[in-house]
Every structure is written in structure tokens, then in C-alpha cells.
Ligand binder design. Structure first.
Ligand code: BTN
Length: 237
């Protein structure tokens, strides 16, 4: 039997009123669709993206129905740098609640990891006064279907009903993104990067090896010698 499609009516009936969820069977990228049709609270989930985008113009590819790939619109925030971080926190909290154990950890700025393997990525883009945030979670891929060796899909660890998980994710997101300030310290506590030795590669090729000490008020990573903003990071180890 094939993978069951997402149940959009069930999702809409169970999420906080702020969200209005649509599901499309196929599109190029949900980020582009929402940029052409921006409305705060709108969520678009794609069962398949033919041109899914990752950070820094990378591709983000998931076979049909094997992931949870969605974007949402949020209204103006004076905390733009924190949006991807708090999104990561909310998505990881939702997955851990769903799993009933602490499976997922957060690596600054955007990656969700299980045992240091990538489970999900986040892309946050300014749109006028607001933002369009994209989330891609590996759910049912086999190891061969994952884009890199160092990645994992959630069904390798637990049984997943994507519609149920989506409801938990949107409810956590709604709560956290409407109270970003209240969640900053929880992010700082849970982010595994803080206190670790990091090797950061910047867009100009510069390599920084240092100890990560904290997250600034604007969401940048503070090392002993530098402040690295979310947009400035190509790779972090
Ligand atoms: C990354 O890890 O580099 C970020 C990945 C973000 C992928 C999501 S999937 C839904 C949304 N639509 C896209 O084209 N990209 C984001």
C-alpha cells in the first residue's frame, strides 16, 4: 500500500484558528507559491516539490509523500533573526512531544538533528514586513532516498502519522512565534551548539574555529572572538 496523503480537513479542524492550511499534491516550491500569495497565517504543504529550495540556493529534495515540506506566512516581527531559530525550537518540541521522548536536538541556526544526523531544515525569508518560513522534515525516506549520508528520517525511529504530527507542529509554532521573547532562553538552553567548539565557514570562504558561547539579542552566534549572523553561515560543524 502507498503512503496515505495528508488529511487537510482534519489538520484544519485541529490547529489554532490563526492557521489556514492547504495541501497541494505537487508544486515547484511552497516558498515561491506563498511569496505570490502572501497572507499571514497561511500554510501550504506540498506532497511533492519539483524545485524545493534549501538555504543558500541549495536544493531540497524529498520523494512524493515521504516528507513534511511546508511553508507558512507570518506578519511583521521585530525579531527577524530569531524566526528560524524559534521555528526550529517549536518543530523540535513538537516532534519530541509526538515521540514522547527527546529525540531531536537543535544545531544553530536551523538544523534539527537526531544523533547528529540531519532530520530537518528551515529556510526563513523576509517578505515585505513579514516572513515566509519553510520547513522540510524527512519522514519516510529510506537511507538511499536521503540526499546525504549524514541524514535521518523520522520513521527510522518511530511510527509517524504525518497529519497528526503536522497538527502538533503548527500548534507549537503558533504559540512560540507569537511569543518569541519568551522562548529565547529555552532556545539557548536547548541549542547543542552553545558550549561546543565550532568550525564555521562564511560565504567569503573564511573559516572560523572557535568556541560558541551564546546567542545574541538578534539571534547571531557569539563565539569568543566573533559574532556570526544567520545569513553569514555556509557550514557549521
Ligand atoms: C535547508 O536545510 O537548507 C532548508 C530547507 C528548507 C526546505 C523547505 S521544504 C518547504 C519549503 N519550500 C522550499 O522550497 N523550501 C522549504
Amino acid at each position: 500500500m502507498g503512503i496515505e496523503g495528508l488529511k487537510v480537513d482534519e489538520i484544519n479542524s485541529k490547529v489554532a484558528q490563526y492557521w489556514s492550511v492547504s495541501v497541494t499534491e505537487e508544486t515547484a516550491s511552497t516558498q515561491i507559491d506563498l511569496a505570490n500569495n502572501f497572507l499571514p497565517g497561511k500554510v501550504l504543504i506540498a506532497e511533492y516539490q519539483s524545485a524545493g529550495r534549501g538555504r543558500l540556493d541549495r536544493k531540497f529534495e524529498v520523494p512524493p509523500r515521504k516528507g513534511l515540506t511546508f511553508s507558512f506566512c507570518i506578519a511583521a516581527q521585530n525579531n527577524f533573526g530569531w524566526i528560524p531559530l524559534i521555528t526550529g525550537l517549536a518543530v523540535s518540541n513538537a516532534i519530541n512531544k509526538y515521540a514522547k521522548r527527546k529525540l531531536v536536538s537543535i544545531k544553530w541556526p536551523n538544523d534539527l538533528l537526531i544523533d547528529e544526523k540531519k532530520l530537518a531544515g528551515i529556510l526563513s525569508e523576509k517578505h515585505g514586513e513579514g516572513a515566509i518560513v519553510g520547513v522540510g522534515i524527512n519522514i519516510y525516506q529510506t537511507q538511499d532516498e536521503l540526499p546525504i549520508e549524514n541524514a535521518v528520517s523520522l520513521s527510522m525511529l518511530i511510527d509517524v502519522d504525518r497529519s497528526e504530527l503536522m497538527v502538533l507542529i503548527l500548534n507549537e509554532l503558533g504559540e512560540a512565534l507569537s511569543n518569541i521573547d519568551a522562548y529565547k532562553n529555552e532556545y539557548r538552553d536547548k541549542c547543542v551548539t552553545i558550549g561546543a567548539r565550532i568550525k564555521a565557514i562564511l560565504p567569503n570562504g573564511e573559516v572560523i574555529e572557535d568556541e560558541a558561547l551564546g546567542i545574541s539579542d538578534s539571534g547571531s552566534l557569539l563565539t569568543k572572538t566573533r559574532e556570526i549572523s544567520v545569513g553569514d553561515i555556509v557550514h557549521l560543524r
